[in-house]
Design a binder for this molecule. Structure first.
Ligand SMILES: NC(=O)c1ccc[n+]([C@@H]2O[C@H](COP(=O)([O-])OP(=O)(O)OC[C@H]3O[C@@H](n4cnc5c(N)ncnc54)[C@H](OP(=O)(O)O)[C@@H]3O)[C@@H](O)[C@H]2O)c1
Length: 276
């Protein structure tokens, strides 16, 4: 079985550095995809209330029958529920069939609705009560982190942000790490778009690896937590095996050079999916 390295978060909790994301996995396919991932050896699953597939993740966890302490399950607070985070958390717990969530994140700051400070205070209470082993944020820009840190008590453990070779967000990642917060890369493959870059293909050929393994190995070498998504059983297994790919410094430099400002998701400064 593949051994996935862990990252120790700022509250001492360990998170497997490579996990399995389920954004855009249809609700009725989620149980199968997550069961496939657990069989392949993933122990870290990343979902969100907004993905509408927490129940499928929960069904896969129940069917797998693995010891609970071997699993690391992340879910996220829906933007439209920032004023009612305690209730939203209960709904996620129920859908997942879990007493304790390993990591609970504020999904987006949504500055236009100006509720993330109150939401964070609710997450602090969830954490203090033992409902979540760790709490964190997602899509927070430096100004949102600064405000949160000044106004609240518990330091977020992670900031889950879009990072991949053609959209590296180096300043945001550095500001996150400087604050003692771990960087977790979402859309780590650029939603597949970074996998056809000639530099990625050349490195893949040199290692007899897949392009996705090369990109994931680049993230892992940077110490970033990474959560690729796939519904394809072969890709699910191949992506996990990226933990065994070691890139040279020159290869890492070559991938560092692919920055192209190619954001695939929304800009957190303006994103306001309050229906999510
Ligand atoms: N916090 C946030 O706001 C946020 C936003 C976006 C994503 N996320 C999280 O991050 C996770 C990953 O991001 P993502 O799903 O946007 O994008 P991603 O993981 O970068 O890419 C997924 C895409 O790449 C394809 N793919 C996966 N492995 C492949 C391989 N080995 N070879 C070729 N193609 C491959 C997948 O297709 P197939 O499925 O057909 O294999 C899918 O189209 C999400 O599932 C979610 O958990 C969080």
């Amino acid at each position: 079985m593949t051994t996935v390295p862990t990252v120790t978060l700022n509250n001492g909790v360990s998170i497997p550095q490579l996990g399995f994301g389920v954004f855009q996995v249809p609700a009725d396919e989620t149980q199968r995809a997550v069961e496939t991932a657990l069989q392949a050896g993933y122990r870290h699953i990343d979902t969100a209330a907004a993905y509408r597939n927490e129940a499928g993740v929960g069904a896969a966890i129940a069917a797998a029958g693995l010891p609970r302490e071997e699993l690391f399950i992340t879910t996220k607070l829906r933007n439209g529920e920032q004023a009612t985070a305690a209730e939203a958390f209960e709904a996620s717990r129920q859908a997942l069939g879990l007493e304790v969530i390993d990591l609970y994140l504020i999904h987006w700051p949504v500055p236009s609705q100006d509720k993330y400070i109150d939401a964070w205070k609710a997450l602090e209470k969830i954490y203090a009560d033992g409902g979540a082993r760790a709490i964190g944020v997602s899509n927070f820009l430096p100004e949102h982190l600064e405000r949160l840190l000044a106004a609240t008590d518990v330091l977020p453990t992670v900031n889950q942000i879009e990072v991949h070779p053609t959209f590296q967000q180096r300043e945001l990642a550095a500001a996150t790490r400087d604050a003692g917060i771990a960087v977790e890369a979402y859309s780590p493959l650029g939603q597949g778009a970074d996998l056809t870059d000639p530099a990625v293909l050349a490195i893949a050929q040199a290692h007899d690896a897949t392009p996705a393994q090369v990109v994931l190995a680049w993230h892992l070498a940077a110490g970033t937590i990474v959560i690729p998504k796939s519904v394809d059983p072969q890709r699910i297994a191949q992506n996990l095996a990226a933990v065994d790919v070691r890139l040279t410094d020159a290869e890492i430099e070559s991938l560092n050079g692919l920055e192209a400002g190619a954001r695939t998701g929304a800009d957190p400064a303006t994103a306001a999916f309050t229906q999510m």
